[in-house]
Design a protein around this ligand. Structure first.
Ligand SMILES: [Zn+2]
Length: 429
């Protein structure tokens, strides 16, 4: 190790030839105080130390120093809800039932190679937005390979659907064999994503299927996620049946006749059916109120909000401030590019600013909160801390905007570099 500062050397272990220092005008570690003119020392994929730039820069040769100047270094963003494999699909805004019919008709004929290519487009878009970790939903089973090859981390939730309760076991078995392929994949650094399961939504998955999936998740130690209470159409379909969602099922040839409206909210339905406890992540939850929040809180499920997707469909957005006061764990997702014009997680967070969330809190929602919701918080994902993964992004605010947490959410701030496992995965042109 080279270095002229004795204090730094005393704390820093022996470094490999691949050690690097990344400096910037401000470092926001999340969970630790901000560092003005700070730096990160990384080696072998891990973050070794954070400290004053002047102190750390001298620890490595000049060729291993990267100074972002007037930029902010933050933990890599955690996008807790994506469908990377749909990134290449563009659908115009439409009522949700019509949009789902278009999506299913379009992708039914896709070969697996197209899902993989689309997922790679999605992974590249995520990196360009400063994202280093995703909670991804995959119906095709192709996205884990794209996630690993891009150097992202996260969880790939394999999606299951089916209204036929007596076929729940069969549907699950088929998906579990796809999981075998997931586990067999060996990708590039930092490694393959963890596997999870996802019953799609209460209007497409029977209570039997939910329970079978949650049982399998318990037995295998896998996380589970579901879409929940996303739209007024869903709330109506569960309350009284009929409407746009029944028409959607008919148009897609799915057995809508098997669906018996439970006459309650989507969250209450899952709760009554014993299909809420054990869920790691409930996505959207726009159509929920205090009684549902209490159900979700008791179940230990985090709520992933997707403001951009709600705007695309014209859905009323969840009462995020109410959820926070109710003690729910919140995080953020961009959903699919097929239902959201942007994969900017910072933009999603900015949409919550009006609900009274401060900038530090918004940064936490985009980072550590997502990592915790995905079960990766203990590994140091979503924070800049010694011995955690060297996953971070550099964000440059426009000239004249002071460096601060608020600046991250300025509409003209841009991600200039994204690093995972100590390797540069994206640099702005
Ligand atoms: Zn989704």
């Amino acid at each position: 190790m080279r270095g002229s500062n004795g204090a730094a050397e005393a704390r820093i272990p022996r470094l490999s030839g691949g050690a690097a220092v990344w400096a910037a005008g401000l470092v926001l570690p999340v969970g630790a105080p901000p560092l003005a003119r700070g730096a990160l020392l990384t080696d072998e994929g891990r973050l070794i130390a954070l400290g004053p730039a002047d102190e750390l820069l001298s620890c490595v040769p000049k060729s291993a120093r990267r100074d972002f100047g007037r930029a902010i270094l933050i933990p890599g963003l955690v996008d807790a809800h994506t469908h990377l494999e749909l990134a290449a699909l563009r659908l115009p805004p439409a009522p949700m039932a019509d949009w789902i019919v278009s999506l299913v008709r379009e992708t039914r004929a896709w070969p697996s190679s197209l899902f993989l290519a689309s997922a790679k487009v999605g992974a590249a878009g995520a990196l360009a937005a400063g994202v280093t970790c995703v909670g991804d939903i995959t119906a095709s089973g192709e996205s884990p390979a794209a996630i690993a090859d891009a150097g992202l981390r996260g969880v790939a939730f394999h999606e299951v659907l089916g209204l036929e309760g007596d076929r729940a076991g069969e549907v699950l078995e088929r998906k579990l064999s796809a999981l075998g392929r997931h586990h067999a994949y060996r990708g590039a650094l930092p490694g393959q994503p963890a596997a999870g399961l996802s019953p799609h939504a209460p209007y497409t998955a029977s209570p039997e299927l939910y329970r079978a999936v949650l049982r399998a998740c318990r037995e295998r130690g896998l996380p589970a996620a579901t879409h929940l209470a996303e739209s007024p159409e869903e709330a109506r379909f569960l309350r009284e049946g009929g409407g746009d969602f029944e028409r959607m099922h008919r148009e897609l040839g799915s057995p809508a006749g098997l669906f018996r409206p439970p006459g309650c909210s989507p969250a209450e339905h899952l709760d009554r059916e014993g299909a809420l406890g054990g869920l790691r992540l409930a996505v959207h939850c726009n159509q929920t109120g205090p009684a549902d929040w209490e159900r979700l809180r008791r179940a230990g499920a985090a709520v992933c909000l997707c403001p951009g997707s709600a705007r695309f469909f014209g859905h009323p957005l969840a009462d995020a401030a109410g959820m926070r006061w109710a003690g729910l764990s919140l995080c953020l997702g961009t959903d699919s590019r097929a239902s959201s014009p942007s994969c900017s997680l910072l933009g999603e967070a900015a949409a919550l600013g009006a609900a009274g969330f401060g900038a530090e809190e918004l940064l936490r929602l985009c980072t550590l909160a997502g990592a915790e919701a995905l079960g990766l918080g203990g590994e140091g994902v979503g924070q800049l801390r010694a011995e955690g993964p060297a996953d971070f992004a550099a964000v440059e605010p426009p000239g004249g905007v002071p460096l601060s947490a608020e600046a991250l959410f300025h509409p003209e701030s841009r991600v200039v570099c994204t690093v995972t496992g100590g390797g540069v995965r994206f640099t702005a042109g």
